[in-house]
Design a protein around this ligand. Structure first.
Ligand SMILES: [Zn+2]
Length: 304
């Protein structure tokens, strides 16, 4: 493994791929922005607040012309689908994130696929669109090769593409801290968490750009995972601005996924939810950076 990484790093230097921002792409590194757990993730807020916060998030995306994709957990939909209608009106493409956020590690594949199918039917009834993206809950794609390949086949047969994530991160930990700060009306703490959110996502993006350079000898398209939460509605705009300033150019998920890295063979079957850049054969399923970042954030904001 070490030899492979060293060789890839050397190849990057030989073809001139040193660590400058986006030099493998003329306009910057293509980045797709995706939001999971629509209509709303975390916090105990009611319908009115969900709709208000959804509108604030969508306004931030619209102001920056971000062609995001929102992954819907259908069992959590408001009865009339009001939040989802707002996403659609804002021109945001929707994806299927299962009906009940069912964990493939804890379910038999048949039951799990039925859960996905229910969400597909619901989304189709609500939007009249055919839905083409699927995002695995927890990024759990099968603990064995047999399960992984059988659900992948079933999803393909339903017309779905796997909406891979490359910039996996621990934003959900910060989102919990942010919700607590809002509930306590602790504005100082909320501002501190917001600042950490922007820093953490920029760090995560730099980390996975480095992973791409080490593993593939070049920059690749990247897919960012965020959630539809209060942190995003107040600060996703600042995150996107920081990423653009750092060398990214925002593209649609469909465009980013034309990068050949997404056609590489999947080398991972196991319990973890991993960035696609780690899943590519040969898979890397332990990353000190990921774990250290999550531990540091938890310690700083949730254990004090
Ligand atoms: Zn989710």
């Amino acid at each position: 493994m070490r030899g492979v990484i060293l060789f890839a790093g050397l190849a990057a230097l030989v073809v001139g791929g040193c660590a400058d921002a986006g030099q493998d792409f003329v306009d910057g590194v293509p980045l797709a922005v995706t939001f999971d757990d629509l209509p709303w993730s975390g916090g105990t807020i009611g319908r009115t607040q969900i709709l208000e916060r959804t509108s604030i998030l969508l306004a931030a995306l619209e102001a920056r012309e971000v062609p995001a994709v929102g992954m819907v957990t259908c069992a959590n939909l408001l009865p009339d689908g009001a939040a989802i209608r707002r996403w659609r009106r804002a021109g945001i493409e929707l994806g299927n994130h299962s009906s009940t956020h069912m964990d493939l590690n804890r379910t038999d594949p048949g039951t799990w696929i039925e859960d996905v199918r229910r969400c597909d039917a619901r989304l189709h009834a609500l939007t009249r669109d055919s839905i083409r993206w699927f995002r695995f809950p927890m990024l759990h794609e099968g603990e064995t090769v047999a399960v992984r390949d059988s659900v992948a086949q079933a999803l393909t047969a339903m017309g779905y593409r796997n909406a891979h994530v490359t910039i996996d991160n621990s934003e959900w930990v910060l989102a919990r801290a942010y919700d607590l700060a809002l509930r306590e009306k602790d504005e100082l703490l909320a501002a501190e968490v917001a600042e950490a959110y922007v820093e953490h996502i920029v760090e995560a993006s730099r980390h996975f750009r480095q992973v791409a350079r080490e593993r593939f000898g070049r920059e690749t398209g990247q897919v960012l995972l965020l959630h539809a939460n209060s942190l995003a509605s107040d600060h996703a705009g600042a995150v996107i601005d920081a990423l653009v300033a750092d060398g990214f150019v925002i593209k649609s998920l469909a465009e980013v996924m034309t990068d050949p890295v997404f056609l590489e063979p999947d080398g991972y079957a196991g319990p973890r939810g991993l960035s696609w850049l780690y899943r590519v054969e040969p898979a890397i399923d332990d990353d000190p950076w990921d774990e250290a970042a999550e531990a540091e954030i938890s310690e700083r904001f949730l254990e004090r």
